[in-house]
Design a protein around this ligand. Structure first.
Ligand SMILES: N[C@@H](CCOP(=O)(O)O)C(=O)O
Length: 486
């Protein structure tokens, strides 16, 4: 199993090389050349633990990892770092099934992949006999940054530099990042938004002079964002696991189709569910749920991607994104793997801020339904779910719930709905309790809901601030050079 670049069919690499590189050359993204089929009808499927299923699903996609290597990565990643033994439990509330992906060390779904990525990367380093230091450049709108640093903290042979929008993340997300331990971790606030951070990071990947300079100092860049295939492959696993739980609990028959609603920003999480569907998971509709930054909703509904529009800082900050990187991987399928057509679309996006699909291409998006939620709707949904079920959801999950409900109204015979629950409500307490609680938000949320406070949140206030660098977006490259002493 090899990976090929979306932008150049001649660029083919193994899984371990794709993980180390992070991004393909000329801005391309790596795609598996073929998707394996996972037979859910196999007897073992219903018996498998999260870890066993992870091996079954990841093995064909990471074909150059030996059985021993991959099993070791899995057992080091999915252990008691997760506060729920199931790793990704399914929680039924009313007609909905919330796939809870926030029981990892940083309380967001990013832990599902970033707990294992450092192990995959260090294994890949050995396999490729690379003796360079890996510098992980990461852009975050709140959750990836913390999860990536937690994963890579003090991992030998790596350094990680995270850029985040200074005024674009929640207080708790920021505190989680600024208190990060580990001599190899660096966090930098910028005066721009997530798109600015991600664009500059991608430019650094494409900067040949920088690459040479890094080489001279025995370093190379890689990525912890979902542009790295090593992020996406582990994310496919939990869709199969959620489905397995539905069957085991007698909620559906094996083989029955379900809908999946995913809060979407950089398009990595929903792409992982699309890949799960391609690999044989019976998903009917992939529901792409956006917040007020609804560039994806408009894209799926019109076939035109228009990034030049107002950028809103919202109460679901992890989804405040107008350039959804992983959409390129879906487009690659939509244009029938035609590199030159894809290059043209990406060129138009870069030069004029938009691209337009042909009717025949747009018709290939029918697996998806897209919708969005305004900020007030998000707050209403959170209250409504709590009133009906005493269940607390975070604002990103509320976006997915709102759009799932919109979709359900159109279905004659509604299928079971799996809502991907991406973060702990304690990362965004203000959405439930409202403003003006002067630093007591966590206690107030607890008082109002009785939801147990995660230990990492309780400890947050006692941790010293370790990172205090804030810069202008235009100085990101210079900052990287100085952090690396180049
Ligand atoms: N939602 C993200 C933005 C980056 O997404 P990623 O999945 O590509 O890492 C965040 O919280 O940082």
């Amino acid at each position: 199993m090899m990976y090929q670049s979306t932008r150049d069919k001649n660029e083919r690499v193994t899984a371990s090389k794709a993980i180390l590189n992070g991004l393909a050359s000329k801005g391309g993204l790596y795609i598996p050349e073929k998707f394996p089929t996972i037979l859910i009808t196999e007897e073992t499927f219903l018996q498998q633990t999260y870890q066993e299923l992870a091996y079954k699903i990841m093995q064909p996609l990471l074909a150059d990892f030996s059985e021993e290597e991959l099993k070791k990565c899995i057992s080091e990643a999915y252990n008691d770092k997760f506060t729920d033994k199931k790793i990704a439990p399914l929680n039924k509330q009313g007609a909905d099934y919330y796939l809870e992906l926030f029981h990892g060390p940083t309380l967001a779904f990013k832990d599902m992949a970033l707990s294992i990525l450092p192990y995959l990367m260090t294994t890949a380093l050995k396999k490729q006999e690379v003796d360079q230091e890996i510098v992980i450049l990461t852009a975050t709108s709140g959750d990836t940054g913390k999860a990536a640093m937690e994963g890579f903290s003090n991992v030998k042979g790596t350094k990680i530099i995270v850029f985040y929008p200074k005024d674009g993340v929640s207080d708790i997300q920021e505190k989680q990042m600024l208190t990060q331990r580990g001599d190899n971790t660096f966090v930098v606030g910028i005066d721009g938004n997530f798109d600015d951070a991600q664009t500059s990071v991608k430019q650094m990947f494409e900067d040949q002079e920088l690459e040479e300079l890094l080489n001279q100092h025995h370093m190379q860049f890689s990525s912890a964002n979902s542009i790295n295939i090593g992020r996406l492959v582990p994310q496919i696993v939990y869709y199969f696991y959620g489905y397995q739980q539905l069957v085991k609990r007698g909620e559906i028959e094996l083989g029955e189709k379900i809908n999946v609603s995913v809060p979407t920003g950089n398009f990595g999480n929903i792409l992982a569910s699309y890949y799960a569907k391609k690999m044989g998971l019976p998903i009917n509709r992939l529901i792409c749920a956006s917040n007020r930054n609804k560039v994806l909703t408009d894209f799926f509904n019109t076939g035109s991607y228009l990034k030049n529009r107002d950028f809103f800082v919202t109460n679901s900050p992890s989804m405040d994104i107008l350039v959804s990187s992983n959409l390129e991987r879906l487009l690659f399928e939509v244009v029938d793997k035609d590199n030159s057509r894809l290059n043209n679309l990406m060129y138009d996006l870069k030069q004029q801020g938009n691209y337009h699909l042909l009717e025949i291409e747009k018709n290939k998006l029918e697996d998806f339904y897209a919708g969005f939620a305004e900020e007030e709707e998000i707050e209403e949904v959170i209250q409504q779910v709590f009133m009906e079920s005493s269940y607390v959801i975070d604002p990103h999950t509320a976006v997915a719930k709102k759009v799932a409900d919109d979709y359900r109204k159109m279905e004659k015979e509604p299928l079971k709905m799996m809502i991907v629950s991406t973060a702990s409500p304690y990362k965004f307490p203000a959405c439930f309790i409202g403003p003006n609680h002067e630093g007591k938000e966590v206690a107030v949320l607890h008082e109002k809901t009785q939801l147990p406070i995660p230990k990492v949140i309780e400890e947050l206030d006692k941790l010293p601030i370790r990172h205090e660098t804030n810069i202008k977006t235009r100085d990101m490259k210079q900052t990287v050079l100085s952090l690396l002493n180049l």
